[in-house]
Ligand binder design. Structure first.
Ligand code: ATP
Ligand code: MG
Length: 421
């Protein structure tokens, strides 16, 4: 036997038995975003490397060590997308969309990062993200947060909202100087990673997960105390909206997020049921990015949520959250009955597309087909053999204890199904 080929570590198959939860998540999130006026868009899984290095920032975990990058046959450097915003911004600029007014969009799909695989952290994972272009007011920051809050409520997920403000680009630059001075004065207390970041991106030191740095970081000057007037006003307005919407939050002054492009509002939703992979959604404002990527200055804000982590949180309870599609198992015996069952299935599904019909294709005897019907998890069996055909009826058998077997006229079957399903 030849050697078996395996999938790449951290890149998982979605097995048919587990796919229901993903369809459910997809439709729940899509419907919610559509109902708030967000339109679906899709960008390629592969972009030029520069799309990401310029947008995300050279000195970030993603660009420094997590991207899958290679040269194609022309020598162009290409990258599997590690996140969704950079591509959407590239798309907005390339197609001049912000010129047409405020753009509210969402995307969904795989992202790729070369990380150490563990529970809740994979090398191919899936995100849904939403982005708004052309809106400066904190009302839109609040709307995006509110949409995610509604989603957690509908999925019965318990998550805590953390918010922070990174201020305007100008106030952030001043703060960066203050922070650099502080860490420089305490250089001997920094670890290797942070010493490096001190030169390249000192704000990221605040993000460090090293427990030894905890005290140093909590005593560090805080961005929130260095906001300029406009940034302060924006942050206060956001907090006001959140209070108005009854969305509890905590201000986490250490929240800077891993990507360089953020300014003003940043936020994360964290669940304490997932260990250190607890962040299920993160977002923020990136007012300078469109210009940095070659477009006209356009304020923007967005979020991205990790679907694997959300699926982990609801895997034990999602069956309570939605009802299965009604499932009929169609047994037929004999050539005429096979033909009739296929035709009838088509007619039924034409008027009842929300149900599932499994047409038995084994052509076994009644007993063996019935065994399969029971195993399939179907709600009802419909049985068609010569005897039934002669009388123009089919036998309709509940499989989950919902009554007794009945004989139903073929002509009346759709009406009967509409009454009970
Ligand atoms: P983390 O701090 O957990 O590494 P991050 O800040 O790198 O997260 P973002 O880039 O903000 O993550 O992506 C948004 C969301 O995507 C995260 O909150 C998380 O739910 C999910 N996510 C990020 N990386 C992974 C991964 N490798 N595997 C699974 N989900 C991920
Ligand atoms: Mg990460």
């Amino acid at each position: 036997m030849s050697k078996k080929i395996q999938a790449i570590r951290g890149m998982n198959d979605l097995l048919p038995a587990d796919s229901q939860i993903w369809s459910f998540l997809d439709s729940t999130i899509n419907n919610l975003l559509l109902s708030y006026g967000y339109k679906y868009c899709r960008t390629p899984n592969v972009e030029s490397t520069e799309t990401f290095s310029r947008a995300i920032g050279e000195v970030t975990d993603i660009v420094e060590k997590e991207m899958y990058t290679w040269k194609d046959n022309n020598g162009d450097s290409l990258t599997l997308r590690p996140e969704g915003t950079a591509g959407v911004v590239r798309m907005m600029i390339e197609h001049n969309l912000p010129r047409e007014g405020i753009q509210k969009v969402f995307y969904s799909g795989p992202m790729f990062r070369h990380e150490r695989p563990q529970k809740g952290r994979y090398r191919q994972f899936h995100q849904v993200g939403a982005e708004v272009f052309g809106a400066l007011d904190a009302k839109i920051d609040a709307e995006l947060i509110s949409i995610t809050d509604i989603l957690w409520k509908s999925l019965k997920i318990n998550a805590q909202l953390e918010i922070n403000s990174l201020g305007s680009t100008a106030s952030r630059a001043l703060y960066r100087e203050t922070l650099t001075r502080y860490f420089n004065d305490n250089k001997d207390r920094l670890d290797e990673d942070s010493s490096r970041r001190l030169k390249t991106n000192p704000l990221r030191i605040l993000d460090s997960k090293n427990k030894d740095l905890e005290a140093l970081i909590s005593e560090a000057p805080k961005m929130i105390d260095h906001l300029d007037k406009e940034s302060n006003k924006h942050f206060e307005a956001l907090k006001n909206y959140l209070e108005h919407l009854d969305i509890p939050y905590t201000v986490n002054t250490k929240l800077v997020r891993g990507l360089d492009y953020y300014n003003q509002t940043v936020f994360e939703w964290v669940s304490d049921e997932l260990g250190s992979q607890g962040t299920i959604c993160g977002g923020g404002r990136y007012d300078g990015l469109v210009e940095k990527m070659g477009g006209n200055p356009t304020p923007a804000i967005g979020f991205a949520m990790g679907l694997e982590r959300i699926a982990l949180l609801i895997q034990d309870k999602y069956k309570e959250l939605f009802s299965d599609r009604p499932h009929l198992y169609f047994l037929s015996m004999g050539e005429s009955a096979h033909c009739e069952s296929m035709k009838l299935s088509r007619q039924i599904l034409e008027v009842m597309p929300h149900i599932t019909i499994t047409n038995d294709i084994t052509m076994g005897n009644l007993k063996s087909q019935m065994k399969k019907a029971n195993k399939s998890g179907a709600d009802y069996a419909m049985i068609l053999g010569d005897e039934e055909l002669a009388k123009n009826v089919l036998s309709f058998k509940p499989l989950k204890g919902q009554g007794v077997q009945q004989s139903i006229e073929l002509e009346g079957i759709i009406q009967h199904l509409q009454e009970i399903l």
